[in-house]
Ligand binder design. Structure first.
Ligand code: PGA
Length: 249
């Protein structure tokens, strides 16, 4: 049973050398010895910089925002899982809704990315979530189960090595957070689905993401099936991110 929560910052396409340095300095000097696991996911070009800034730290792990579904070769612009591993990447987001939307990533592609990450020893953070329209049409359960089932199908017994992130699309970057009860009920659905796939489901962390912030984190993280958070906007402000880390203690 993995009882340690995970708080991961998804910087998205934000940052620059100077801003990253300041943010990491503030995070490293304020984080102390947290009770949870902590990770930051900078844009790919800054992985090397952030890795270097983290070098002395055993507390914050490095994550990537995406990985190629291919192993290597003629895939211009792609970054492979083994390349990420070379830079000390410990986690990798797979199937973030912004990639599903803007890059047209399918469930099958996401499942392949998860497979590549696992093969390279990187923990995939598999993102699932419904749009506002899908929620209004009563499709939430169907959508998240379909998204997770593709990953389970392709990754079989390795499934206990993943992290899942439930991110309702309508809550991302909108300031409109799912209520703790709304989030918990979807997390319970996902937990049940994982239980049907592996007897190790209890140790798979299911994160909530979507406008989680310093003010609402504690209540969300208190839900029985919410094992951490995937934080976008609030992860760019050191104080806010550190408050969320503290709330996960
Ligand atoms: P947000 O983003 O916290 O800014 O809503 C979360 C995410 O997209 O991972």
């Amino acid at each position: 049973m993995n009882t340690k929560k995970l708080i991961a910052g998804n910087w998205k396409m934000n940052g620059c050398l100077a801003a990253n340095q300041t943010l990491m300095h503030e995070l490293l000097s304020g984080v102390g010895q947290p009770a949870c696991d902590v990770a930051v996911c900078p844009p790919a070009p800054y992985l090397a910089q952030v890795r270097q800034l983290l070098a002395a730290s055993r507390v914050i792990d490095l994550g990537a925002q995406d990985v190629s579904q291919h192993e290597g070769g003629a895939f211009t612009g792609d970054v492979s899982a083994t390349m990420l591993r070379d830079f000390g990447v410990r986690y990798c987001l797979c199937g973030h809704s912004e990639r599903r939307l803007h890059q047209g990533e399918t469930d099958v592609q996401v499942a392949l990315k998860v497979k590549r990450a696992l093969a390279a020893g990187i923990t995939p953070i598999v993102c699932v979530g419904e749009t506002l329209r899908e929620r209004e049409e009563g499709m939430t359960e169907f959508i998240v189960k379909r998204q997770l089932s593709a990953v389970i199908h392709l990754n079989g017994h390795c499934i206990s090595e993943i992290v899942v992130a439930y991110e309702p699309v309508w809550a991302i970057g909108t300031g409109q957070t799912a209520t703790p009860a709304q989030a918990q009920s979807v997390h319970a659905v996902l937990r049940a689905q994982l239980k049907a796939a592996t007897d190790q489901a209890g140790r798979i962390r299911i994160l909530y993401g979507g406008s989680m912030n310093a003010a609402n984190a504690a209540e969300l993280l208190a839900q029985p099936d919410i094992d951490g958070g995937l934080i976008g906007g609030a992860s760019l402000k050191a104080l806010d991110f550190l408050k969320i880390v503290a709330a996960a203690g």
